[in-house]
Design a protein around this ligand. Sequence first.
Ligand code: FE
Length: 343
Amino acid sequence: MNVSRAMMTTAATAAIAVASAWPAIAQEGELNLYSSRHYDTDEQLYSDFTEQTGITINRIEGDADELMARMEAEGANSPADVFITVDTSRLHRASEAGLLQSVESEVLEERIPAQYQGEDNEWFGFSLRSRIIFYDKNDVENPPQTYAALADDAYEGMICIRSSTNTYNQTLLASIIENQGEEAAREWAQGVVENMARDPQGGDTDQLRGIVSGECDIAVSNTYYFARAIAEQVDGVSDGIDQIGWVFPNQDTTGAHMNLSGGGVAVNAPNRENAVAFLEYLASDSAQQYFAAGNNEYPAVADVETTEAVDQLGEFTADDVDLAAVAEHLATAQQIFNEVGWE
Ligand code: FE
């Protein structure tokens, strides 16, 4: 499927018109799910699947790296059927380590845009987040409108962004390499380091906190951290949320950088058919809504409703670059970060 630049629609329109692609075929048996995702709404997701299919889900939860190490150690005897995690880089690593298998599914091909699928369909994205620019409305009159602008002299000493060990930054830089080439990516990373307000520290929420506390004028964060601070009380962010403005970058060029949560079928899945059925279920309208809402993300399937907090961010143009191609630059991205001294 060749999708032109995707518009993340936030209007609550389409759920009515689009019939669910999930065929309710009764199947027996079990499914062993290795997941590094844990949100309250996921409970509903799993029980709905069991109700529709009769397939019982056994969940093994843990840190993504722990789960991958476990699958590797278990080898051919691994009970893992499905592996779910966040960030393209982790899915890519699982795939490179030979932990996932290629899946042929008309449902997934049709529902999940091509740019959110692994090269040989060994993983699929089920929810999306954008990595965007936030700023202090009181202090920044002309916020950067592009990722490139974050490296401009005009923003010297103003930018807060987390460390280069973070997978979100690695995938962002890898996307800049894919879109603009290695040299431009190196110059960009160098420029951002020169513009930092402080040494990289903390998570994305801490960058937003930095705007409220006055330590940062500009911050880079995934959208869901900000949406979460709208939806619920997040210390140090929610109380100052009116002070925070945001920019979806590159709206006149590539569109805003996207990353994903997703999963694939384990290479030695003992319940392979059930595993494919589960991934197809995750691409259904209702499951899409739960899966994305659990973390205030955008559903990967077009026209599925988003949460109220996410709606407040407004519509934007998303970068439709192929994330499997982006992932090929992750090693180079890490090299560049080291070269320019991005801690
Ligand atoms: Fe996160």
